[in-house]
Design a protein around this ligand. Structure first.
Ligand code: COA
Ligand code: ZN
Length: 312
């Protein structure tokens, strides 16, 4: 484990491979394989798992079995099973399927929202206002802001527009807010500055950072966010993931790489790295391609190898 004294504040890792990870995969992953993966995440001890999206099956065919997946997974009452929702129809379907949390998603960038959700930001927000008024039983609401750190179509997004959206989500009564770096444009200095300001509006237990490793800065951004006080992070097994409606999108930060970094530094995650690595090794045969995760290939620091015999 770690050479360092434990740091007192653990992080919460929300596993998003079943949703963000699989939404961009060209190979159909059969429902029973999705269920097996999600059940394995439940057994591993994640407290939050993003299970699927209730979106148009034409927009994201890979997740067209969202309701069936929800119906077939083993439910642990201590785990929050999240559904991504773009509109009222998605919210109704996700509630009917028994989602514990609806993750409402819109982009700060108008151009990305039009490409991704085929509507303006105001139209997305109007739908969220209607969703917030629906009877939802115990289901909670999370408000995600895509392209918070930059947009592949528009470039930089003003911090103030992101923070205004955070405020508008809070006014709706959401239980949490996520800042998403949809195509990995964030840098650590920018992350520190925005997290610092966001944490004046949202407590650390309700703010999630969603990073993609598109330009290799994913874990550097996690650390900058952690140092600024953030404690909740999205990540995907194997580093799968990406938005199908953003050019050049690639994977989320990789769960087992994140957990490895945290454990080596003395930050607890509540997750077992060895089991995670074993699970991530099922991904290449399942998807038919190599995945981005690095620790699954190198092993843990403590996994010692037999030294080769000395060559004379
Ligand atoms: N779930 C399933 N089907 C839905 C739906 C939902 N939440 N919302 C709309 N649809 C269906 C409609 O019934 C209609 O079906 P039809 O063509 O068979 O009649 C079709 O989708 C188009 O409906 P419309 O209201 O005109 O939507 P649209 O074409 O403007 O698309 C979204 C809007 C939001 C449904 C679509 O852009 C979408 O699903 N985007 C999600 C993208 C995504 O998941 N990105 C990655 C995550 S950030
Ligand atoms: Zn994402």
């Amino acid at each position: 484990m770690t050479k360092f004294e434990p740091i007192s504040d653990p992080i919460i890792v929300q596993e998003v491979a079943p949703r963000d990870g699989l939404q961009i995969e060209p190979t159909w992953v059969p429902t029973e394989e999705k269920v097996r993966l999600i059940d394995a995440f439940s057994d591993l001890g994640f407290s939050r798992i993003e299970v699927s999206s209730f979106v148009s099956p034409k927009a994201v065919p890979a997740l067209r079995d969202a309701a069936e997946v929800f119906a077939r997974i083993k439910r642990n009452p201590d785990i929050i099973y999240v559904a991504l929702v773009p509109n009222e129809r998605g919210a109704d379907d996700a509630l009917a399927a028994g989602a514990d949390e609806l993750n409402l998603v819109m982009s700060v960038s108008q151009t990305h929202n039009l490409a991704n959700m085929r509507m303006t930001g105001e139209a997305s927000f109007a739908a969220f206002q209607a969703i917030a008024k629906k009877p939802r039983g115990k289901a909670t609401l999370n408000g995600s802001i895509a392209t918070s750190f930059g947009c592949p179509f528009e470039g930089d997004q003003p911090e103030q527009r992101v923070l205004d959206l955070v405020r508008r989500y809070l006014d709706l009564g959401v239980d949490g807010v996520s800042l998403a770096d949809t195509t990995g444009m964030a840098n650590p200095r920018q992350v520190r500055a925005l997290v610092d300001k966001a944490l004046k509006l949202v407590p650390p237990g309700a703010l999630t950072l969603h990073f993609h490793n598109t330009r290799g800065l994913g874990l550097a951004n996690v650390l900058a966010a952690y140092d600024a006080g953030a404690r909740r992070f999205d990540s995907a097994l194997g580093g799968l993931g990406g938005c199908p409606f953003a050019p050049g999108a690639t994977g989320n930060i990789c769960t087992e790489d994140l957990v490895n970094m945290c454990h080596e530094m003395g930050i607890a995650t509540g997750l077992d790295l060895e089991t995670l690595i074993q699970l991530s090794r099922i991904l290449p045969p399942l998807l038919g391609h190599d995945v981005a995760g690095q620790v699954m290939k190198a092993g843990r620091n403590c996994d010692l190898h037999t030294a080769p015999a000395l060559v004379r």
